[in-house]
Design a protein around this ligand. Structure first.
Ligand code: ADP
Ligand code: MG
Length: 369
């Protein structure tokens, strides 16, 4: 029935007193799929992983792992009998065990010779074969992370759960460990759910991204879907920087303070207030002494320079400019949208998807920003 899924959540709920940490979550992961989970602190990311691992019991719903039900109203499979590997932020290695014994930990039901072989195999996979005899305190943060990963993968789990696995690593190390981790997950065809609070990480690692809010999945989609077609204002502002401008659709045009952003003959009969979502890479600046907008802040990021511009209305937009471009504070600029960009439109809290409904079809949302 669902045996072709590595993981299946069917309407899974979990509350702690008044706090709903999982709000009827439904989700399936295909074998080999890597899904990243992102959302504000306290939205239920770790709870989702703990439910899968069997560290929490759902109040309602069903969880299947590799086609087998591990939790529902009648079924409860203990954590050690679920085919799940766990990697935590703090690595959680056993300090009194050397690397090889840490990795062998979940293999106690394996014959000794086979176990030794498997430990050597996974240590080689994470390039740690030469450190098998070291203790955790003799390892760098990146090496500890790789041991934790080897330990999780050793029993050949159906799903690996990683909860902010790179958070304790410094910036330089993080990029490398992230790449190596991804290589190991891919080369072993491992299905993984990876929690992160880093938007770039969520977008660059995942085949799919789950954006969570308040115990629910607000949007599940490919990285480009959640970034380019956010379904709500929340997703738009959570997945990358976004500014919002009141706009108006009428006479076949989408108009806002910086001009006509697009035209569509299908909008001929419309008359609706909306908002446009503008990301800094979509906003273009042109020095123009007669224009009504002014650069109010310039932030140097190295490869790119973030310019903040105040429009005539007092609203501000941000614009990424190439490294070589500097418009000093006080420069008067004309603000437009980069050619080819079709901005996302919001009505109230939700994005408008597909053709705009006719004016008679619904109420007009608030347009203040
Ligand atoms: P996240 O990992 O997204 O930061 P969590 O899943 O840890 O969020 O927590 C979700 C919500 O559930 C939070 O409000 C948190 O305080 C609450 N919570 C988590 N675990 C417990 C617990 N064992 N007892 C009571 N409340 C909990
Ligand atoms: Mg957490």
């Amino acid at each position: 029935m669902s045996s072709h899924h590595a993981l299946c959540f069917d309407a899974v709920s979990k509350s702690y007193g008044d706090v709903v940490a999982a709000r009827s979550l439904s989700l399936t992961l295909a074998p080999g799929e890597i899904v990243t989970v992102i959302g504000p602190s306290g939205c239920g990311k770790s709870t989702m992983l703990r439910l899968i691992a069997g560290l929490e019991r759902p109040d309602h719903g069903r969880i299947d792992i590799a086609g087998e039900t591990v939790a529902d109203a009648r079924t409860w499979r203990q954590p050690e009998h679920r085919r799940v590997g766990l990697v935590f932020q703090d690595h959680a290695l056993f300090p009194h065990l050397d690397v090889a014994r840490n990795v062998a930990f979940g293999l106690d039901r394996m014959p000794r010779a086979e176990r030794r072989e498997r430990v050597a195999e996974v240590l080689a996979m994470v390039h740690l074969g030469h450190l098998a005899g070291r203790y955790p305190h003799e390892l760098s943060g990146g090496e500890q992370q790789r041991v934790a990963q080897a330990r999780a993968l050793a029993p050949r789990p159906a799903v690996v759960l990683l909860d902010e696995p790179f958070s304790s690593l410094d910036e330089n190390l993080r990029a490398r460990v992230r790449t190596e981790t991804l290589e190991v997950l891919r080369s072993t065809g491992t299905t993984a759910l990876l929690v992160t609070h880093d938007q770039t990480e969520a977008l660059s690692i995942g085949d799919r991204v789950l954006v969570m809010r308040d115990g629910a999945i607000e949007q599940a989609g490919t990285p480009s879907e959640v970034f380019e077609c956010p379904v709500t204002r929340f997703v738009a502002s959570f997945m990358g920087d976004a500014d919002f401008l009141p706009a108006h659709v009428h006479d076949g045009r989408l108009d806002c303070e910086i001009g006509t952003l697009s035209t569509d003959p299908a909008w001929a009969d419309l008359d609706r207030d909306v908002e446009v979502v503008l990301r800094p890479h979509e906003v273009a600046l042109l020095v123009d002494p007669s224009a009504g907008s002014e650069v109010v802040a310039v932030e140097y990021h190295g490869a790119f320079v973030l310019h903040t511009v105040r429009l005539g209305s007092g609203r501000t937009l941000r614009s990424w400019q190439q490294h070589s471009v500097r418009h000093p504070v006080g420069t008067t600029v004309k603000v437009t949208v980069v050619p080819g960009v079709t901005p996302v439109l919001l009505e109230g809290e939700n994005a408008i998807s597909g053709p705009l409904p006719s004016a008679a079809a619904g109420t007009v949302g608030p347009s203040s920003g």
